[in-house]
Design a protein around this ligand. Structure first.
Ligand SMILES: *Cc1c(COP(=O)(O)O)cnc(C)c1O
Length: 349
């Protein structure tokens, strides 16, 4: 299938002249800036931040081994998801495919943009059902959202199936790799140059421990990155956040340490959870959480709440009946969690 970016871009954007910031007109260093109606009195933040996030992109390109021009930075991945809808989907006309169960934000964003959502189920083992997905594709299908490792199931999707879809679909395939750092695998990034219709999402919210900063990262062809950049709010990442993110990226030991601890804790938690009589199944996880199937998961959820412990109730998600999603905490938190489950086991019997 030939992929034609102009063909799937919303017509109103083809001729869009983006908002030009004062600093777009002037490049270089000047000694006096009277162009942006800023307050001239020096403080750390009296100037507008870099709308292109050049330093952040340069550092990310170095770490991720791609070109800075292939990167777009969003105010969280959530902003990037919304930009994808606004770039490619005509409200009231187009549709997207979101295999379920998965992250809820894709379909919320679709609804906000008045885009029809088609939700074929994943297979029993949470892989892509290519036959079912293909049945849902029609000429108005613009985007397919895949999540790998998948939230809330924790598994990686098979690369072969993803590539199969990417190479045969006329629209854009988004692979959300928010949890890829926990998977011990580099995901699809190294193959980005091969597929003009592939968009990869990553984030500093999980392994990097910076959810509060709201930094989402999109990787795509230079053309797609340029299009999305054209429609994003110019100053979408604050100067403070750009600086802190840059600092974190330059001091990767922190992330590596977090990762090591979380992976170790994931294994410990798994080995303890399986011993509870009410735990029926723990799904293999490549992320920083465990999906656990229990007898009467709702009752366990409610009990934990009374003890001040909040986990995620996924019992109403398709193929997640009686499942709770449990994020990996600090060693101390996990220990308390296990103690409370031990108490619960006594009561529940
Ligand atoms: C947590 C999560 C994100 C992160 O979103 P941000 O807006 O970058 O914080 C993205 N995708 C999935 C599947 C997630 O679970």
């Amino acid at each position: 299938m030939r992929f034609d970016l102009d063909n799937i871009t919303r017509k109103n954007l083809l001729k869009l002249k983006p908002y030009s910031t004062a600093r777009d007109d002037f490049k270089g260093m000047a000694s006096i800036y009277l162009d942006a109606n800023e307050n001239p009195f020096e403080s750390s933040y009296n100037r507008y931040p870099d709308p292109k996030q050049s330093q952040l992109k340069a550092e990310l390109a170095r770490i991720k081994k791609c070109r800075a021009e292939q990167i777009i930075i969003g105010n969280g991945s959530d902003e990037l998801i919304d930009l994808l809808f606004r770039a490619f989907c005509e409200p009231g006309v187009d549709n997207v495919i979101i295999p379920q169960p998965t992250y809820g934000m894709y379909s919320v964003c679709a609804q906000i943009n008045d885009i029809e959502v088609r939700e074929p189920l994943l297979t029993d083992d949470y892989q892509l059902d290519l036959v079912l997905i293909r049945k849902n594709i029609d000429p108005q299908t613009k985007l397919i959202f895949l999540c790998s490792p998948n939230n809330p199931t924790g598994n990686l999707l098979e690369t072969k199936s993803i590539v199969d879809l990417v190479t045969t679909f006329h629209g854009i395939v988004i692979v959300d790799e928010a949890y890829i750092d926990f998977a011990g695998n580099n995901g699809l990034l190294s193959q980005l140059d091969r597929y003009p219709n592939l968009v990869i999402l990553q984030t500093l919210s999980k392994a990097w421990g910076l959810a509060g900063l709201r930094i989402g990262i999109g990787f795509a062809s230079e053309e797609i990155a340029k299009l999305l950049t054209k429609i994003k709010p110019p100053y979408n990442i604050s100067g403070v956040n750009q600086n802190i993110a840059l600092e974190a990226l330059r001091r990767r030991e922190f992330k590596d340490q977090y990762l090591e601890t979380i992976l170790k804790e994931r294994q410990i938690l798994e080995s303890q959870l399986i011993n509870f009589s009410f735990v029926k199944r723990i799904f293999p996880s490549m992320a920083n959480f465990l999906l656990v199937k229990m007898e009467n998961a709702k009752a366990c959820y409610e009990y934990l709440l009374t003890r001040g412990i909040v986990v995620r109730d996924r019992t109403s998600a398709p193929r997640c009946e009686d499942c709770l999603r449990i994020s990996i905490g600090t060693p101390e938190e996990n220990e308390k969690f296990i103690i409370e489950l031990t108490n619960y086991q006594k009561i529940a019997q």
